[in-house]
Design a protein around this ligand. Structure first.
Ligand code: MRU
Length: 356
């Protein structure tokens, strides 16, 4: 019997009793596979904040289940009071991280399911919340597979592909977004050569992407973030696929810090740069990249995390933005579950959202 790999575990799930969220603790990978059980709202908030669960779609799924658990704890039979308390829980979870729009999108969707059923008994409202949260989880698999199919149509067998951060299965429910063409291509014998940027400072590329693609049996080579220019100049990369945390109406895209550097280099060497974005990540209410709030994280992530000893002088100033914005003119296409948006993005993204 073949042994289980990381890909056989669900990134985020509800337990059988439906009273806890079970996640893979992504801060412990690749060497320790630890599952975390989250029951209290504070535990869910902390797991998102600490990146124990991370990646825009996975954060959305966790938030959806989180709001369901909050709803179950509300004791009143009065639906107006119920919604008031639910709103409080929603607002709390929304403060866990600011950039990935999926967090707010999932919370809004689940809250709307409650509000649409406000004339029913609170027990029935809770059931409607549960159904919506499960729907968000289930849809994610279809969404990623579609992105994979569209992405695969842009490359050919034997191609070299580069990705940044982890927009893989660990960031979603299955397939990932940027890795979806890789997984589907792998199933179909495409033999891609994949470069994974290590992704300073939290090393999602080294710890998560390199790990999950290797576990899946793909040919993956880990590089430091400052090596992507060389591998592109050498002609080893035919396309870049990255995920994203928010796409603005004009196609500017926030993704893990360093993505805009990769996009700039890709343009220099004529390598197509594709952003893989479920429509849940497209935020037409945000006009451009400058309107996207960029999360800043603790300086220790840069100066000491992952090192045996602190490696920077104590007291040194640190700037640690978790994301950057890639300007739309650097993006060859935005791959969604409904097709590929191309410039001018203001029109093409609107068309994609209308198909939804
Ligand atoms: O800080 P993280 O690890 O949550 O950042 C994740 C990314 O930047 C991903 O590329 C993005 O969320 C897309 S995941 C499909």
């Amino acid at each position: 019997m073949e042994s289980k790999t990381i890909l056989d575990y669900e990134t985020v799930a509800l337990n059988d009793e439906k009273d806890a969220i079970i996640i893979i603790d992504q801060t412990k990978l690749p060497y320790d596979l630890e599952m975390l059980t989250l029951k209290r709202q504070k535990e869910i908030w902390t797991a998102i904040y600490l990146l124990q669960v991370r990646g825009a779609p996975a954060i959305g799924v966790t938030a959806g289940f989180g709001l369901y658990l909050a709803a179950k704890e509300i004791e009143t039979e009065d639906s107006e009071e119920f919604l008031k308390q639910l709103l409080k829980a929603k607002e709390y979870l929304a403060t866990a991280r600011p950039t990935a729009v999926n967090l707010f999108w999932a919370l809004d969707r689940v809250f709307k399911a409650a509000n649409d059923n406000k004339d029913k008994k609170t027990k029935e409202i809770v059931e409607a919340i549960y159904k919506e949260a499960v729907k968000i989880r289930d849809e994610d698999i279809w969404v990623c597979k579609q992105i994979g199919e569209f992405g695969l149509s842009l490359v050919k067998p034997g191609d070299g592909l580069l990705t940044h951060c982890n927009a893989g299965q660990l960031a979603t429910v299955k397939y990932g977004t940027a890795t979806a063409p890789m997984y589907l291509g792998h199933e179909r014998g495409y033999n891609f050569h994949i470069f994974a940027d290590e992704t300073r400072p939290l090393l999602q590329g080294a710890r998560l992407t390199a790990y999950e693609l290797q576990e899946a049996g793909m040919d993956v080579t880990l590089i430091c973030d400052n090596m992507s220019g060389m591998v592109m100049k050498n002609g080893w990369v035919n396309a870049v696929f990255v995920g994203c945390d928010r796409v603005a109406a004009n196609g500017d895209t926030a993704n893990k810090i360093g993505t805009s550097v990769v996009a700039t280099i890709a343009k220099r060497y004529n390598v197509p740069f594709y952003v893989c974005a479920p429509t849940s990540t497209i935020d037409l209410a945000t006009k451009s990249g400058s309107d996207i709030e960029i999360e800043e994280r603790p300086s220790e992530e840069v100066t000491e995390m992952w090192y045996k000893e602190r490696m920077a002088p104590s007291g040194v100033k640190v700037f640690n933005p978790a994301f950057d914005v890639t300007d739309n003119d650097l993006i060859t296409g935005i791959i969604t579950e409904y097709g590929i948006a191309r410039a001018p993005y203001t029109e093409s993204l609107k068309e994609i959202m209308e198909k939804k």
